[in-house]
Design a protein around this ligand. Structure first.
Ligand code: PGA
Length: 255
């Protein structure tokens, strides 16, 4: 069985002190929920504070929003996998659509970062998803297949056994427009099938695939009841502690 995984992608929000008061409320609201894996993904500047706060919290993990493909050296402004590991970061988001569209990250860049993440023993959350234009042109499967092939190139099944995929249709991110559960399920089933072709059946059956794009407490259950949806990558609604805890509880009801 795939354990469902809900991640809070805070993007460029939450100072250290804001993160701290978020956790006061969130951890209280979360209670002893253990059926769902929860990942908090703050900006780099709040990682150490959140890490400290989570150090004796079972089941809530720490993630980073990005990392360098390089190990160390003259790369001003970059952060390495080893630096993240030292802060007890377990997960790293790679290839988020904002990184792809605003910072020019191609599948080749995502692939280099993925190799670096695996080497640093970080668990990658690899994001893929089509734009509205691509959906309207009927290219969803073509786009997803190309992103998967490009992003996962050169890795073995063993190297990605801990990886998580996130299907985030670009048109649903921050727009309030969610994919319907059926649209999301269709994409997830296709992603799982493609992973099976690129690797093997065991890998595809085990691979957790999150949905992302305007996930809110009131649409979580319908999405999480789909057979190939194994969690969510939550942006906007993850900034509000009670809403995010509700999303986790709603997911637990579907686990
Ligand atoms: P959203 O963002 O929940 O605000 O749509 C999701 C994401 O970008 O990961």
């Amino acid at each position: 069985m795939r354990k469902k995984i809900i991640a809070a992608n805070w993007k460029m929000n939450m100072t250290q002190s804001e993160a701290s008061s978020f956790l006061d409320t969130f951890l209280r609201e979360l209670g002893d929920e253990k059926t769902v894996e929860v990942v908090i993904v703050p900006a780099f500047t709040a990682l150490s504070k959140v890490s400290e706060r989570l150090s004796n919290t079972q089941g809530v993990r720490l993630g980073a929003q990005n990392m360098s493909a390089e190990k160390s050296g003259a790369f001003t402004g970059e952060v390495s996998g080893a630096m993240l590991r030292e802060l007890f970061v377990r997960y790293v988001i790679l290839g988020h659509s904002e990184r792809r569209s605003l910072y020019g990250e191609t599948d080749a860049v995502v692939n280099r970062k993925l190799h670096a993440a695996v080497e640093a023993t970080l668990k990658p959350i690899v994001c893929i998803g089509e734009t509205l234009e691509q959906r309207d042109a009927g290219d969803v499967e073509k786009v997803l297949a190309a992103q998967l092939k490009g992003s996962l190139a050169g890795l073995t099944a063993k190297e990605i056994h801990d990886a998580v995929l996130a299907y985030e249709p670009v048109w649903a991110i921050g727009t309030g427009r969610t994919a319907t559960p059926e649209q999301a399920q269709e994409a997830h089933a296709f992603i799982r099938k493609t992973v099976g072709e690129l690797f093997d059946e065991t890998t595809s059956a085990k691979m957790r695939i999150q949905y992302g794009g305007s996930v809110k407490p009131n649409n979580t259950e319908a999405l999480m009841r789909q057979p190939d949806i194994d969690g969510a990558l939550v942006g906007g609604a993850s900034l509000e502690a009670r809403a995010f805890a509700e999303i986790v509880h709603a997911t637990a009801r579907c686990a």
